[in-house]
Design a protein around this ligand. Structure first.
Ligand code: CA
Ligand code: CA
Length: 299
């Protein structure tokens, strides 16, 4: 199977990035990923403030998917996420929400043992791997890999994991897919500025859907479907995610506009993905069982 090595990384998503590889639609491939610190934190004396920030948030790739043209949708099926044997989490003054109250920098290493991230001798957290950064290139300009936006990017959505299918916009020929920033486990909000940051390898299958039948980025997991939206503030992110999901219910479940809004208020769950990045990200999710009764078919 084709493997994109973690040494092939970008720090911004841009149409100017040379492809690391070209693959046909339908291809299954592996992205090896470094952790968001670029591997610079390996022990608890390694502190955030001492890092080389030019090496933060590497995204492996980009990969050119043949047949993907601007205005199409890139379908990324996340088949498997393998994790390294330890994760790191940091807290520092001024970083994230809890950093507003932090007085010093701290690093914690979490060994991965028997499918758990070991937080303390008393507490092991079952791993639930997440892809923090995954996106396509914008049509023009360069979006830092630390920023989530319309192209995907640093969404830090804990639903983006194994057995999920993520739909992203194709803005340039080939889409230029890149990803990184795995988390062994994370909570909604990512309030201390990071998850359990870890290196790993992600196996995906990529396909091209002509046109954009879904509001993008859009995610279907084994349990939910959701619109994901990033904006400068949480209010705008919440509004965007909600209105995108309303559009989905109108276009794909064929509900009249008012019923789409009503249904979201009755059984849609509006959640914060992350509240700590340069843009904030929310999702509006609906259980697949509800959508199935409405006859929704995913492309
Ligand atoms: Ca992130
Ligand atoms: Ca991260």
């Amino acid at each position: 199977m084709l493997t994109i090595r973690r040494e092939t990384a970008v720090y911004a998503m841009s149409p100017e990035n040379a492809p690391a590889a070209r693959v046909p639609a339908g291809e299954t491939l592996v992205f090896e990923t470094a952790d968001c610190f670029g591997g610079q934190i390996v022990k608890e004396t390694d502190k955030l403030g001492a890092l080389d920030w030019s090496r933060i948030n590497p995204a492996t790739g980009p990969v050119f998917v043949e047949g993907a043209l601007p205005g199409d949708t890139l379908k990324v099926e996340i088949l498997k996420i393998d994790l390294a044997d330890q994760a790191a989490v940091v807290e520092a003054p001024g970083e994230g929400i809890t950093g507003l109250a932090a007085s010093e920098e701290n690093t914690k290493i979490l060994p991965i043992e028997n499918g758990c991230a070991v937080f303390s001798p008393a507490l092991s957290l079952p791993v639930k791997p997440v892809i923090g950064v995954i996106g396509t290139a914008p049509a023009e300009g360069a979006i830092p890999t630390g920023t989530p936006s319309f192209h995907g990017g640093n969404m830090d959505c804990r639903r983006i994991g194994e057995n999920g299918t993520l739909y992203l916009p194709v803005n340039v020929e080939g889409a230029l897919l890149a990803m990184g920033d795995l988390h062994a486990v994370m909570g909604d909000g990512e309030v201390c500025v990071c998850g359990a940051e870890i290196a790993g390898a992600v196996t995906v299958r990529v396909n091209v859907i002509k046109g954009q039948p879904l509001p993008l980025p859009f995610l279907v997991t084994p349990e939910h479907a959701m619109a994901i939206y990033s904006a400068e503030g949480l209010d705008a992110a919440a509004e965007g995610a909600t209105l995108r999901m309303r559009t989905f219910l109108m276009d794909c479940a064929h509900l009249p506009a008012h019923e789409a809004g009503m249904l979201l208020s009755l059984c849609g769950d509006l959640r914060i993905c992350q509240a700590v990045d340069p843009n904030k990200t929310c999702r509006m999710e609906v259980a697949l069982g509800v959508l199935e009764k409405l006859g929704v078919v995913y492309p």
